[in-house]
Design a protein around this ligand. Structure first.
Ligand code: NG6
Ligand code: CA
Length: 530
């Protein structure tokens, strides 16, 4: 309270009062400006966030920015149009687990004999002492999270899904994880958050078995009338949400995911992750489930592509990318975030369900003109969409440099301010940021434990026994009795085997391949060079 005497004093000296108020305002504003300056400075110092969108089975030709004409993916196209679109971007492998192993460890998956498509009960494939991408980020003060598909094994064998699940993503570098254990077509069909099944009722424990069914539980073979999606090959074990799966599962009713809501569900978690960590530098590995089987678009997208559920879930994934990008913008971190977009392996139409993907594909070519597909040693197996985007930092361009997901460890280490000495991961940050064209010289390609070699424009596939075509999925595997040699510069579709015509080139390719891969490349039947 101001006393009457004091009041009278100020009334007599209004100019003094004015002066004091002005002085106070000036000092206050100056302090505020100084604070702002410090904040901007901190922002400038803050290492950039990194988000990797990692899709499942998306092909080289599945996006309109990679030439698709029957489907429009405007949100992903925007990343490509305003970033670097790589035409020679590779996953290491033609299936999921090995590619995921490579992107996270920076190590070729064929160095680990267990890096094959894993059942939902497989133990953790990455050892807890191995170096990983999230561990590298963590060492630089980043928050690290994964939302989506895991498929790298959990626990140490004999997993009890009703207890805390460990080791898993949190033990190999992610301080937050919200994942499905394996694939959408494999049991258990539940989400796991930081090692605990979400929404599990302890009175309804989960049991999982990949060998035999639980007594009295319906399967696709015993109860076909319960199916809302038909299986074509495999996928005839437990029925969950009307969808037949790989593996048997019992219990955990309340915890089971709703397939059609999976995209929205993961999106919500990924957005929340950004909101929770916008103050930190963060690394988010956002591993979307589309367009892997079973393809279960939200009703908002069902029937929208005209290409069947496979096209619909690609539209859904594109929408998800757009929504997530909006969140980066709304939370004020867009300009400080490097976004990488890619896929774990190439495309497949019929991967075990009769969902119309083949019949409805119309003129769509998921391979984008490449030969083979998922499981194949031909290029559609692992050449995939590969985009980098960083608002204001990357100048738009198309790059033909040879890049591989295995290089993210060494390259992003540089971005985060450190160095990773790795045998397989090559540092090419400049190339990823569109500032250089000097990509890898060579790369070992892998498909279900068979390996091939790309060097420059050339690809060499050693002879492999086995069927030339996987009839179930209708994909050429790349097996042949003789060496294959292709020049990708003028034969992108690998139609002309030049092995006989170019013996010197073939010799050189084999020697360079063996220098990396060693002489013992598995089930190979090596033929005498003519
Ligand atoms: C195969 C499945 C296929 C898919 C794949 C894994 C059968 C017959 N086929 O074994 O549907 O689940 O594994 O795909 O069961 S990946 O993208 O995770 O590697
Ligand atoms: Ca995959």
């Amino acid at each position: 309270m101001i006393s009457a005497r004091k009041k009278a004093f100020w009334m007599r000296k209004p100019e003094l009062l004015y002066f004091l108020v002005m002085a106070f305002t000036l000092v206050f504003t100056a302090c505020k400006e100084k604070k702002k300056e410090v904040a901007t400075h901190q922002e400038a110092q803050q290492p950039p966030n990194v988000v990797i969108f990692y899709l499942d089975d998306l092909g080289y030709g599945d996006l309109s920015c990679y030439g698709a004409t029957e489907i429009a993916t405007p949100n992903i196209d925007r990343l490509a149009d305003e970033g670097v679109r790589f035409t020679n971007g590779y996953a290491t492998s033609a299936t999921c687990t090995p590619s995921r192993y490579a992107i996270l460890t920076g190590t070729y998956p064929w160095r680990n004999k267990s890096a094959k498509i894993l059942p939902g009960t497989a133990p953790l494939l990455i050892t807890t002492t191995q170096k990983t991408l999230p561990k590298m980020f963590k060492s630089q003060g980043y928050a690290t999270g994964i939302v989506g598909k895991w498929h790298l094994g959990l626990g140490e064998g004999q997993l009890n899904w009703n207890e805390h699940i460990s080791p898993g993503p949190n033990e190999v570098g992610f301080d937050y994880s919200y994942v499905m254990a394996a694939t959408q077509d494999r049991v258990p069909t539940v989400y796991i958050e930081n090692g605990d099944v979400v929404g599990l009722d302890p009175d309804d424990p989960i049991e999982v078995n990949y060998e035999e069914n639980f007594e009295g539980e319906p399967t696709a073979l015993t109860h076909p009338e319960m199916l809302k999606m038909k299986w074509h090959h495999g996928h005839n074990n437990s029925i969950i949400n009307g969808i037949p799966r790989i593996g048997f599962m019992k219990g955990g009713e309340a915890a089971r995911w709703k397939d059609e809501e999976m995209a929205d569900h993961f999106l919500k978690k990924a957005k929340q992750y950004v909101k929770d960590h916008k103050q930190d530098p963060f690394f988010l590995h956002y591993t979307l489930q589309q367009p892997h089987v079973p393809r279960t678009p939200h009703p908002r997208f069902a029937g929208k592509s005209g290409l069947g559920p496979r096209g619909d879930v690609i539209l859904e994934a594109d929408w998800v990318v757009g929504e997530f990008m909006k969140t980066l913008e709304e939370e004020g971190v867009l300009e400080n975030t490097l976004v990488i977009f890619s896929s774990d392996n190439g495309p497949v139409l019929n991967d075990g369900y009769d969902d119309g993907a083949v019949e409805l594909k119309k003129g769509h070519d998921p391979n984008g003109g490449l030969r083979g597909g998922k499981y194949s040693l031909f290029d559609a197996g692992m050449r995939v969409p590969f985009i980098t985007y960083w608002k204001g930092k990357i100048d738009p361009r198309v790059s033909d440099a040879l890049v591989c997901q295995i290089d993210l460890l060494a390259s992003l280490a540089k971005l985060a301010g450190t160095q990773e000495n790795s045998t397989d991961s090559e540092e090419m940050l400049d190339v990823l940021l569109g500032k250089g064209e000097q990509g890898r010289e060579s790369l070992v390609l892998e498909a279900t434990t068979r390996t091939a070699f790309r060097k420059g424009d050339w690809i060499m596939i050693p002879p492999y026994k086995g069927p030339t075509l996987n009839e179930m999925v209708n994909i050429e595997l790349g097996n042949a009795d003789e060496f294959q040699l292709y020049n990708m510069n003028n034969d992108k579709a690998q139609q002309h085997n030049l092995a006989e015509q170019e013996p010197e080139k073939l010799k050189e390719m084999i020697a360079d391949f063996e220098a990396v891969r060693g002489k013992d490349y598995g089930t190979i039947e090596q033929l005498e060079l003519k």
